[in-house]
Ligand binder design. Sequence first.
Ligand code: NAP
Length: 231
Amino acid sequence: MPDPKRTALVSGGNRGIGLEVCRQLAALGHRVLLGAREPARGEAAAASLRARGLDVTSVALDVANPDSVARLAVARPEVDILVNNAGVYLDEGRRPLELDEAVLRDTLEVNLLGAFRLCRAFVPGMAARGWGRVASVSSGMGQLADMGGGSLAYRLSKTALNALTRVLAQEVDGRHVKVNAACPGWVRTDMGGAHAPRPVEQGAETVVWLATLPEDGPTGGLFRDKRPIPW
Ligand code: NAP
């Protein structure tokens, strides 16, 4: 049992990396709110973790819907740990100049604006209470230092998520709220596909580490395998 027990919210917690982050955080003794845009899928996922003795509650959360985020912020204002995990990869294999504007918009709506909405809803409470952790699931595909071709919408969304991480970390500096981003590596999920080398346990590890950092831990960084990597 950690001291003290915190309340963690994980977006897109019903499958993939998000579900495993829920499991690991709850296994550490935290109270987990498993966010899912489809309540029945969220409840099934939460029930599977409760069956293992873990403290996990499903909550309705569509990060692309501002009203959904606002409703959750009113119902559960006590979030200490926010994991921005919900993500879409809509332009896999698409050429940048053939990218449909609607696909770019839909990608940013979830991967960037979704994270921004959740930060705006929950970080002020963390700062007011004097403790908080934000861990956003980014990607090596958003690293400017190593920017490849293709998948423009996804890359832009993750580069922007990295910028949000740095700006927000400075905004709450000195308030005992740490804001970081993680690249989970290439992980075997619906998004990563069956040939990805990493299991979800490994993909979630750095995210959970950032979500539970001690007071002397880093803020405003991008990490893979618990080590800083270039932006
Ligand atoms: P996944 O298996 O496709 O799961 C994505 C999750 O996001 C699902 O729970 C999905 O919910 C949820 N989601 C999508 N749109 C949402 C919305 N509007 N509101 C709330 N939830 C929403 O993907 P994953 O591989 O676990 O990816 C998790 C995160 O890791 C993403 O941010 C992704 O970009 C990042 N990432 C993954 C990899 C990889 O190799 N897998 C690599 C780098 C980064 P539904 O079930 O309702 O669709």
